[in-house]
Ligand binder design. Structure first.
Ligand code: KDG
Length: 319
């Protein structure tokens, strides 16, 4: 029995290092939101598994080695001999924001099929984690996610869903319909301010958050990055989680780390506020290093960070 099964697409990451505007120096990293979640959960001590397809190529082999090193179960990662592993470039744009440029169309993961899923194995997990990216990469992947969610629901496995809206992947009307459909099929929904803006241009986040909570999930978590997070329960209880101030080097993957930590903390039986605080710490620590995977903290590192922060808070309150 595995604690967390994540399903989606891994992407080898090429982060542009040049600040000259010329794309001539890249550092290799690991991406793919759901792969990040599986690795983050494993670093935090949970047993984690990944469901996907990789190509029979160098990048696919590199990922399989990585998951093995990180202790992520790859028994449900198929090797597709006829399609490549996806990759992406992180390119700084002139406003100092980052842009993702994908080479993933027709990738191995986009060819996932519902028949790849083992219902008994998924049914034995404690949580299934999927995302809007897992759904948006292809029709086959959308169907595979739907099948996995159905298996999880039938077998009483908690379903976690991260909206992770990527407008490059599908027309916005389709992404919105997929998001709204997924709300009613998930127990925990993670969504960011950028996701809400991408789907519902200009509508107030608070209003959207309430609508999302009304649509069925037990918890909706609004990830606000360096501004903290807001958690709403189906019954309308609201928890604000304060952010931790850190020297951020690269926020890529920090939201995935946050989601993984929140899930691990909930599996440990922590209440919503405590899970939010733990997730906030893990997200902040992940933003302090480059890439989505290298800076992911272990459980000990996350707990030490929280203890140090408590000591500072306690000192400030006492003084
Ligand atoms: O959350 C980080 C991911 O966005 C990144 O790893 C790439 O999965 C990715 C995607 O499809 O955008």
């Amino acid at each position: 029995m595995v604690d967390l099964i994540a399903l989606g697409e891994p992407l080898v990451e090429f982060g542009a290092r040049s600040d000259t505007g010329r794309l001539d120096t890249f550092s290799l990293g690991w991406g793919g939101d759901t792969s990040n979640v599986a690795i983050a959960a494993a670093r935090l001590g949970a047993s984690a598994a990944y469901v996907s397809r990789v190509g029979d190529d160098e990048f696919g082999r590199m990922f399989r080695d990585l998951w093995k090193e990180e202790g992520v179960d790859t028994s449900a990662v198929e090797v597709d001999p006829d399609a490549p592993t996806g990759i992406y470039f992180i390119v700084p744009d002139p406003e100092g924001q980052k842009r993702f440029v994908y080479y993933r169309r027709g990738s191995a993961a986009s060819r996932m099929q519902p028949a790849d899923l083992d219902p008994d194995w998924i049914g034995g997990a404690r949580v299934l984690h999927v995302s809007g990216i897992s759904q948006a990469i292809s029709e086959a992947a959308l169907g595979t996610v739907a099948a996995a969610m159905e298996i999880a629901e039938d077998r009483g496995v908690m379903v976690s869903y991260d909206a992770n809206v990527r407008r490059q992947l599908q027309p916005v009307a389709l992404l919105r319909a997929i998001f709204e459909m997924s709300l009613g099929r998930s127990d925990i929904v993670f969504v960011s301010g950028e996701d809400l803006d991408a789907l519902y241009d200009g509508r107030p986040h608070d209003e959207l958050l309430e609508e999302a909570a009304d649509a069925g999930p037990r918890l909706v978590v609004l990830k606000r990055g360096a501004e903290g997070s807001t958690i709403l329960t189906r019954s309308g209880d609201r928890t604000e989680v304060a952010p931790f101030e850190v020297d951020a080097a690269d926020a890529t993957g920090a939201g995935d780390a946050f989601a993984a930590a929140f899930l691990v903390a909930r599996l440990d039986g922590r209440d919503v506020a405590d899970a939010g605080r733990f997730a906030s710490a893990v997200g902040a620590l992940t933003a302090t290093g480059l890439g989505a995977v290298a800076p992911l903290p272990t459980r000990e590192q996350a707990e030490e960070f929280l203890q140090r922060e408590d000591a500072v808070d306690g000192g400030a309150a006492g003084g």
